[in-house]
Write a protein that binds this ligand. Structure first.
Ligand SMILES: Cc1ncc(COP(=O)(O)O)c(C=O)c1O
Length: 418
């Protein structure tokens, strides 16, 4: 790995080796993470980076763009086929950028937008006070029913009628259930708003056809291509044909500059791979593992937000265990298990402390872990929750966590041999 960097910058090479070692030996369960196939690393580090490219195939601002035109055209075709979409723009650099370009395409400064509350599962780029979008547009929010943890669509509808937004956004960072995209589209239509789903977290599950796609139901679908898509750090936006021109203009020249052809090439590869039986089987198993882990967590007395999971992530309410999300995140990390602290709906704790954790199943499923290993992992999580400050317990759990993961290499032997 990194043959040239090894010689020219041993310090940076050492850091990269250290990070590979961390990824190899930890049970990685950050819900937004996945492990990219080696092809993604090859393409993301390839000669495509040398080419500057603006515009669209056949209408570029730079000469020498014929081959790059073929790349973008192929990637677009593959993406539209994979997701059964009328139109796609794969120039956005990330999931966040994908959201921004939709706003740039259909909104004017000061326009109203209705989105999901950040502290109940939404994303920063959906109008959080901390995000600069909140200064550009007038955001209001819908949330979940505090009893069930499920999105309250009736309340969303009432809010939409009262607030009269120009855009309604669905899609979340930490919502473990399926979203009723049809209802979201209907509510938007009823109030004359554009509808948008941010499927960043579930794009791989959608591509594999193991959960429903939002694409038939709403005007725009934005996404990142990491997370369950298991591809390069990048983004994409789908839309209905009637909005294609608006979207493309919103992307370039509306808001972005030259595109990243390295990640575009990597996404192109992924759009083919995601149609394979291998990828579909992984996504299917992600759902099996997630549901199974919910059952194991409940057996150990953990409460789950929304009661269970229908996707790749689980949100655990830790209050009954008397431990905060921050403590669990830190203690599990010391014990070789990586999760993120997570606010639960109506969380009494601050966002820095939190009362929950979010667990993602994608990475460990890619490595081949199944039910027998999940039984062991939940037992380890339970032992840490029972005694999170006990260094001896954490050291023992780390030993056992390392032993579980050791049988499932991150990459096959020889992947990084020169
Ligand atoms: C719903 C949602 N949208 C967008 C993003 C941002 O994606 P990216 O990190 O690719 O910008 C995230 C990240 O976690 C997310 O959860």
């Amino acid at each position: 790995m990194l043959r040239h960097v090894k010689v020219s910058d041993p310090e940076l090479y050492g850091l990269t080796e250290e990070e590979l070692d961390r990824q190899e030996h930890n049970i990685e369960m950050i819900a937004s993470e996945s492990t990219v196939p080696p092809e993604i690393m090859e393409l993301a580090g390839s000669i495509w980076t040398n080419k500057t490219l603006e515009g669209y195939p056949g209408a570029r601002f730079q000469a020498g763009s014929e081959v790059a035109d073929k790349l973008e055209t192929l990637a677009n075709e593959r993406a539209m086929k994979l997701y059964h979409a009328d139109h796609v723009n794969i120039q956005p650099y990330s999931g966040t950028t994908a959201n921004y370009v939709v706003y740039a395409s259909v909104l004017d400064p000061g326009d109203r937008v209705l989105a999901m509350r950040l502290d109940q599962g939404g994303h920063l780029s959906h109008g959080s006070k901390a995000n600069w979008m909140s200064k550009q547009y007038d955001f209001d929010f819908y949330g979940v029913d505090l009893e069930t943890g499920l999105i309250d669509y009736d309340a969303m509808e009432a809010k939409a009628k009262e607030f009269k937004p120009k855009l309604i956004i669905a899609g979340a960072s930490s919502y473990p259930r399926l979203i009723d995209y049809k209802r979201v589209g209907e509510i938007a239509k009823e109030v004359g708003a554009y509808s948008m789903v941010d499927m960043a977290h579930v794009a791989g599950l959608v591509a594999a056809g193991v959960i429903e796609s939002p694409i038939p139901y709403v005007d725009f679908v934005s996404s990142s291509t990491t997370k369950t898509m298991c591809s390069a750090r990048s983004g994409m936006v789908f839309c209905k044909k009637e909005f294609a021109k608006k979207l493309d203009h919103g992307v370039f020249p509306g808001s972005l500059g030259s595109m990243h052809l390295t990640t575009m090439a990597a996404k192109c590869w992924s759009f083919k791979y995601a149609a394979s039986d291998e990828f579909k089987a992984i996504m299917k198993q992600v759902l099996v593992n997630s549901k199974f882990m919910c059952g194991e967590l409940k057996k150990h007395g953990f409460d789950l937000v929304c009661g269970t999971s229908d996707n790749h992530l689980i949100v655990v309410d830790l209050r009954s265990k008397g431990v905060t999300g921050r403590t669990m995140q830190t203690s599990l990390d010391k014990a070789g298990i990586t999760v993120s602290k997570q606010q639960i709906p109506d969380d009494p704790a601050s966002p820095m402390v939190t009362s929950g954790i979010r667990i993602g199943l994608t990475s460990i499923t890619q490595r081949g872990l199944k039910e027998p290993e999940i039984v062991k992992i939940v037992d380890l999580i339970d032992r840490v929750a029972a005694d999170p400050e006990n260094e001896a317990v954490l050291a023992q759990v780390k030993k056992e966590a390392n032993a579980i993961i050791a049988d499932f290499p991150l990459y096959p032997a020889g992947t990084f041999d020169d």
